[in-house]
Ligand binder design. Sequence first.
Ligand code: GRG
Length: 306
Amino acid sequence: MNFINSDLTDLSNFDLNSYMSKKNTLINDELMKIINITHDSSTLIEAMSYSLLSGGKRIRPVLCIAASEAVSNKKNDVLLVACALEMIHTYSLIHDDLPAMDNDTLRRGKPTCHVAFSEAAAILAGDALLTLAFQILSSAQINNNAAKWLNVINLISKAAGYKGMIEGQVRDMVSENNPISLKELEYMHSLKTGALISVSVESGAILGNGTFEQIEHLKTYAKNIGLAFQITDDILNVTGDPAETGKATGSDESRNKNTYPALLGIAESENHAKKLIKDALHAIETFDNKSDPLRAIALYIIERKR
Ligand code: GRG
C-alpha cells in the first residue's frame, strides 16, 4: 500500500482473509443459533434468516470484535453485541431495498427480501430483526459490567435511531433530484452509514475495557473508515460488477442521488477515501499489533470489490 507511510501499514505478518473467515464463522454460527430456524418455522422467521444468513461481509460485527481485541489482552465476550449490530444492519438493508425506498431487486447476490417473500413480510422481517437485536443486547449475561452494557445499548440505539442512521436515510431520500453541498453529503453519509460503523468500533472498545484515550482514538479511526466505506460504496455503484458486489450498479445515477462520484468524480472520490484511511491509521498509530486487524480492515475498505 504505497500511498501510506509504510510503518503504518506493515501488515506482512497478518492475514486478513483468514482473520475475517474465522470471525465470520463465529458470527454466523451465533446468528444461526439465535434465529434457530426449524422445519415448522413461520414465514417471518424464514424471511429474517433469508436476509440475515445470506452472506454479507460482516464488517460491523468484525469491527466490534477487533476493537475489543485491540484494547485488551483478555478474551472479551462481545459476540452477542457483534450479532446485534449485524441484525440492525440487515434490517436497514431490507428496508432500504423496499419499493418505497430504493426499490432494489438484488442484494447479497440474491433477490431482495421483498422480492423473495412479499413487501409486507420484508417490512415485518426488518422490524423483527431490529427488535430482536435489542432483545439480545438486553438479555446478555453481563457479569459485573452492567453499566457498560447499558451505555453500549444506549449508544447503539442512538446510532441506529432518529438522529443517526434513520435521519441519514431520510436526508438521502429527500435530497434525491436536489443537489447538496459536499459538507451536507459528508454529514448525510456520516449518519446513514458512519453511525453504525462508529458504534460497532466504540462498543467493542468499551466492552474490551479500553481507556478513555484509547476509545477516543478508536472513535476517530471509526469516523474516518465509516465515511471511506460509504465513498467506496458510491464508487462501486458506478464502477462495480454486480456479479461481485451482489447488488445493482448504476442505480444512484438513475435516481439522481447525491454521491461522492456525482459531486467530485471517481478519481477525486478515490483520493478522498485514501486520505480518510490515512487519517484512520494515524489515529491508532500508537496502538500495538493487536490492532493489526483494524489496520488491515481500514485498507480493505477502500480496496474492496464488493
Ligand atoms: C425504519 C423505514 C426505516 C428505515 C430504516 C433503511 C434505513 C433506515 C437506513 C438505511 C441505511 C443504509 C442502507 C445505509 C447503507 C449502508 C451501506 C453502505 C450498506 C452496505 O453495507 P455492506 O457493504 O453490505 O457492509 P453487506 O451485504 O456486506 O453486509
